[in-house]
Design a protein around this ligand. Structure first.
Ligand SMILES: Cc1cc2nc3c(=O)[nH]c(=O)nc-3n(C[C@H](O)[C@H](O)[C@H](O)COP(=O)(O)O)c2cc1C
Length: 212
């Protein structure tokens, strides 16, 4: 394992619960592979810009027909795709915002999930063009969305992330969650401890999974 891509999506910096869990996962991976290189992409601090008309025009122009200016408009997207494609393991820390991904992560997805670049449309449906690799998503939420009787809200986050990663060829997506955060210190500590424990028990397996 040579490359870890570490994506942070919370705007809350060091106070972010999802970030604490994701950082624990990156440290655990580094203990397994001390020489691995970590690429950090902080979408919470520097959110990707929203789509522009120019970007969409460039993305839907055949590569050989693109102008110099259009290639420039795709440069940011190409950089994000290159980071993802170079990664043997991807660790994402993200909040749940309004039942789904925060807009910064959604914007990242829109730059990375690109027809003719990371997936093709065929008569059989969309076919991903990237190799599979493990993606670990650490999610923090104020309420519960996967914990049985306490669930009072829908989850449009985990299924959505599975679907978009599968579109580009990445099926090995796992989640570790800290739910019901922000109200009760004891519960927060217990949730974080449980997440760290899960990571420590599973990091060896994640690190051994080879990128395809
Ligand atoms: C704009 C916004 C929307 C939110 N929507 C939800 C939600 O739909 N469900 C939920 O359980 N918590 C929601 N929360 C609470 C956050 O998920 C919670 O504060 C979490 O700890 C944020 O992650 P972080 O600590 O990594 O920043 C929302 C918070 C914000 C700021």
């Amino acid at each position: 394992m040579n490359h870890i891509l570490h994506i942070e999506c919370s705007p809350r910096g060091a106070a972010s619960f999802s970030s604490q869990v994701a950082r624990h996962a990156v440290q655990a991976l580094l203990r397994e592979h001390p020489n691995a290189r970590v690429i950090e992409r902080s979408l919470g601090d520097e959110p990707p810009p929203h789509m522009s008309l120019g970007f969409i025009g460039a993305a839907f122009t055949e590569p050989h027909a693109r102008t110099e200016a259009q290639r420039g408009l795709l440069a940011y997207s190409e950089a994000l795709i290159a980071e993802l494609d170079a990664a043997d393991v991807v660790v994402i820390g993200t909040p749940m915002h309004n039942y789904t991904a925060p807009s910064s992560l959604k914007a990242w997805i829109d730059y990375v999930v690109r027809v003719g670049r990371t997936f093709n449309v065929t008569p059989q449906g969309k076919v991903g063009l990237l190799g599979d690799r493990p993606v670990l998503v650490a999610i923090a939420s104020g309420g519960f969305f996967s914990e049985g009787e306490r669930v009072r809200q829908p989850d449009y986050l985990t299924g959505y992330l599975r679907a978009v990663f599968a579109t580009i060829g990445i099926r090995n997506v796992e989640f570790v969650t800290v739910e019901g955060m922000g109200r009760d210190r004891e519960r927060e500590a217990a949730m974080l401890e449980r997440a760290r424990h899960w990571i420590d028990a599973n990091v060896g397996r994640l690190a051994r999974t080879q990128a395809a």
